[in-house]
Design a binder for this molecule. Structure first.
Ligand code: EPZ
Length: 417
């Protein structure tokens, strides 16, 4: 099991390049299944979620070549429509592989997805959409078997603007008969990135980034190349590392257009933030101001940065109020933060964070990907040496996290026992 050993009290200062977006790379890797040709992808982050997805693509019969951040995927010879359950259970995003396999072969078998324990994370919205598309669904013994002679485009109204369900419907209908319209679609930038890739392959999709997306089925797609967008959640995490430790940082390969709500909250905390081209600069104030945060669908404040901000607010000048509106169980990490002396009261979806806390080092256990990053930030602000175990969660979503933080002045290393 791997752990981080972190000596707190160091300021985060310097320049760092943001990696490609995990949540864009995963649907784009899934989308390569749709095209019996070779695709070349740049800026795919080297993290366990992308490694696992590439492993699944190989098991499905895809030919994969990787060198220096370039990934070639040739999906011509896919020879099975069943996603291996042992890999399905490792992460949530595998469910969008199902949409891609369905889109090309009109048949798929998969087990219920795994992923971080931040809520029930059902897939009812995905399944209901597949049924609307004329796909026959059999759910038995933990497996979902989908089959259709043809996928017929139709209007689909989502109960909730689910990111994964929006991606899945697009993947399942780019090669369908006729037009599909998704109403109440998710608007996240990662969906726009996937659509741009699909359009380069020849897909006919309109309205991405709005709450109504239309897909007109085409007969086939052809191979292309694509450069994955920067990871806005990693960018926000690194900005908070500097803000929480009283430092200053310059991010490169970042896109501030995707980060309005995040930058607004950093500004409210008293940070000096400036953006130009692909750079975002932040200087921390002497004392962070307390704030209120409500997580929302995009372009509202992203749930994926709630935990990092909650952790940072233990340093602020007063009491902060955090409301988590997207996932029902995204405060598990707080019990670990309390081991460092954090004073946080959780009432349902609301966390009340007392500021001015001088956190002490502690031994903690990661509970999930973004909660783990929140523990790292807390440990960097605490006096003494902390140990965070189960960091396999963090390695799922942050590329070279310890190396990047070390290059910015943090005292952090991996212990593997
Ligand atoms: C994507 O997850 C992201 N993951 C998540 O990032 C992100 O937090 C989430 O979108 C919201 O922005 C990837 O892109 C791989 P949802 P997804 O479907 O698609 C409920 C990270 O840390 N729901 O928009 O799973 C669900 O339970 C991860 O990088 C249903 O009820 O999110 C949740 O409460 C964590 N039924 C809410 O909707 C469904 O069929 C949002 O889920 C689907 C979702």
């Amino acid at each position: 099991m791997k752990s981080y050993i972190i000596e707190g009290g160091k300021k985060i200062e310097g320049n760092v390049r943001v990696s490609g977006s995990k949540n864009a790379a995963l649907p784009i890797l899934a989308a390569t299944i749709l095209c019996p040709d070779s695709n070349k992808l740049y800026n795919i982050p080297k993290i366990s979620d992308t490694e696992n997805t590439l492993e699944i693509l190989k098991i499905l019969g895809c030919k994969i070549k990787q060198n220096h951040g370039k990934i070639y995927v040739n999906s011509r010879n896919i020879n099975t429509k069943e996603i291996p359950s042992e890999l399905m259970s490792k992460m949530r995003s595998t469910v969008i592989l199902a949409g891609a396999i369905l889109g090309r072969f009109k048949e798929v078998i998969f087990s219920y997805p795994g992923g971080c324990d931040i809520g029930a994370r059902p897939i009812d919205i995905h399944i209901n959409a597949f049924k609307k598309l004329g796909i026959e669904i059999k759910e038995e013994n933990g497996y979902v078997r989908c089959k259709a002679d043809k996928i017929i485009g139709t209007d689909i109204n989502l109960d909730f603007p689910s990111v994964g369900a929006t991606e899945n419907i697009i993947l399942a209908t780019v090669l369908a008969d006729g037009k599909t319209t998704i109403n109440n679609a998710a608007m996240e930038p990662e969906i726009i990135d996937m659509v741009k890739f699909l359009r380069k392959m020849g897909a006919k999709i309109f309205g991405e980034g709005t709450n109504q997306i239309s897909i007109i089925g085409v007969k086939h797609l052809s191979g292309t190349s694509y450069n994955i967008m920067p990871d806005r959640i990693e960018a926000g995490t690194l900005l908070c590392a500097a803000a929480a430790t009283g430092g200053k940082i310059v991010l490169s390969n970042s896109n501030s257009e995707h980060m309005g709500a995040i930058i607004n909250k950093l500004d409210e905390c008293g940070c000096q933030v400036s953006c130009s081209a692909d750079k975002i600069s932040l200087s921390a104030p002497k004392k962070l101001k307390h704030i209120e945060i409500k997580t929302m669908i995009y372009p509202g404040f992203p749930t994926d940065l709630q935990q990092v901000f909650t952790s940072m607010m233990t340093k602020s000048s007063g009491t902060s109020i955090i409301v988590e509106n997207i996932f029902e169980n995204r405060y598990k990490f707080i019990s670990e933060l309390r081991k460092m002396g954090a004073k946080i009261v959780v009432e349902g979806r609301t966390a009340i964070v007392t500021g001015k806390r001088k956190l002490q080092s502690a031994e903690m256990i990661c509970t999930d990907l973004r909660g783990g990053a929140a523990l790292v930030i807390a440990a960097m602000t605490a006096k003494g040496i902390s140990k965070i175990s189960n960091i396999e969660y963090i390695l799922r979503g942050y590329e070279n996290f310890d190396k990047k933080l070390s290059s910015l002045g943090a005292k952090i290393r991996i212990e593997d026992i």
